[in-house]
Design a protein around this ligand. Structure first.
Ligand SMILES: C[S@@+](CC[C@H](N)C(=O)[O-])C[C@H]1O[C@@H](n2cnc3c(N)ncnc32)[C@H](O)[C@@H]1O
Length: 421
């Protein structure tokens, strides 16, 4: 994967100011195209990006020969699985057997979309980029298998409105590729910071964005599954009820709660809201990356997310694939649960970090599940509405006190309002 040496020495340094989120998005996008760093990626954008060409891609058929299996290198093998270094399209088109995969558990790059507008046009572009993967997923999945895609939403730069790209992706997968939406899940990260700060903290016209959508899809309406594999502990009130008995009666909703509710099933069925904090900042993976001066993957998901779907939808010995492997969280979870697995990743640097999850021993899954999270009821604070008027301009300008501080005109330059996608 080594690129040819640059003809001209690249010795000049230019500072580019990025927010933390922009930097992360750039890094992920750079890696997704096989570039080692942001400079290389910006050079690529500058030299090559031609949106007309991108839109013409829509009409082009995927050439399977562009993705030969020999472009994949085995990076690491374990008892149950393997990390492949290279483009996952090579695996999907030319290495995996058709109808061989029980679960595709993945989180694709979100940062590929053009930063300029991130509107519907770009949502279309994201879908176009995704098409070959959709095609490949359909080919390699078994009829009994599932496709689970964790995908974060995005804000349009400069305005407090959302891109539709992840919804468009879902619609494309269902309407054009014939996948069935088994159930959408929402991964709530309780420790997520209140972002985007401009709209949430400064202008106060939006609330904290704290969930990722997780699309659970399948080739048939009936992929294998069993929710008894993923039960959660009973609530205190349910425990009390199981201990002390329950008098069957009608609920206010009119539902007849029968005596069957007295039965202890070992736990309750979880909702499709998965509360998992993504706070791990120390641990074997991070220690290894810091010690070896390797970039820590900026967009990892927590192990409990793949664990939930792997337990729910696969059996030991089944094949789990993550085509956007990153730091191979899916792989290490599958290894622990004795599923066969394959993770593909373009960036060698991320894989050098991922190694620490398997070498010298396989990192075990966290035993401690932490306390369950609760969500406080909103509107719990008494408010005199006269003292808290609505922002009639919908947040088009900053609050006066901040305007004065910043010495800005009433309606600031739009470019100053850029919100990271
Ligand atoms: C959102 S990250 C996945 C992070 C991962 N779930 C984890 O927890 O570490 C997406 C990854 O997909 C990789 N990627 C993008 N396009 C790819 C491709 N065609 N083949 C393989 N990997 C790809 C990127 O390099 C990036 O690391």
């Amino acid at each position: 994967m080594a690129r040819p040496r640059a003809e001209n020495p690249r010795t000049k340094i230019t500072n580019i100011r990025l927010t933390e989120e922009e930097r992360i998005a750039f890094e992920v996008a750079a890696a997704s195209k096989g570039y080692k760093n942001i400079s290389e990626y910006i050079r690529f954008l500058h030299n090559n990006l031609n949106y007309e060409a991108v839109s013409k891609q829509k009409d082009q058929k995927i050439d399977l020969c562009d993705y030969p299996a020999k472009m994949l290198r085995s990076f690491l093998s374990t008892k149950h699985g393997e990390i492949l270094w290279g483009d996952s399209r090579s695996y999907l088109f030319n290495k995996a057997k058709p109808s061989s995969v029980d679960l595709i558990m993945t989180s694709p790059p979100f940062g590929l979309v053009r930063k300029k507008s991130y509107g519907n046009e770009d949502a279309d572009e994201y879908c176009e980029w995704f098409r070959p993967f959709a095609e490949g997923f359909r080919t390699v999945l078994k009829d009994s298998g599932s496709l689970v895609i964790d995908i974060g939403g995005a804000w349009k730069p400069g305005q407090p409105t959302r891109s539709l790209y992840h919804f468009k992706l879902l619609i494309m997968l269902v309407e054009e590729y014939g996948f069935h939406l088994c159930q959408e899940h929402y991964w709530w990260n309780p420790s997520k910071l209140p972002t985007p700060a401009e709209w949430v903290n400064v202008r106060r016209v939006r609330v904290k964005d704290a969930v990722n959508t997780v699309w659970w899809l399948a080739k048939t309406p009936f992929p294998k599954a069993n929710n008894k594999r993923i039960l959660q502990p009973y609530s205190k009130s349910m425990e009390h009820l199981l201990k002390n008995g329950y008098t069957a009666k009608l609920r206010p909703s009119g539902h007849d709660i029968s005596e069957k509710f007295n039965k202890d099933n070992g736990g309750s069925v979880p909702p499709n809201l998965l509360a998992i904090a993504n706070t791990e900042s120390n641990g074997r993976y991070q220690d290894h990356c810091r010690a070896e001066n390797i970039a820590i993957h900026p967009a990892r998901f927590p192990a409990q997310l793949p664990e939930y779907f792997i337990r729910f939808l696969t059996d030991p010995g089944d094949l789990v694939v993550d085509p956007f492997g990153g730091s191979c969280v899916t792989g290490v979870v599958a290894e622990n649960l004795r599923r066969r697995w394959v993770c593909c990743e373009l960036s060698e640097e991320y894989l050098l970090g991922a190694r620490a999850r398997f070498v010298p021993t396989v990192q075990s899954l966290p035993k401690e599940r932490g306390n369950p999270y609760g969500i406080s009821s909103p509107c719990a604070r008494p408010v005199n509405e006269k003292d808290v008027p609505l922002f009639a301009d919908g947040g088009a300008s900053r609050p006066p006190e901040l305007r004065r501080k910043a010495g800005k005109s009433e309606i600031p330059d739009k470019s100053a309002l850029r919100i990271p996608a």
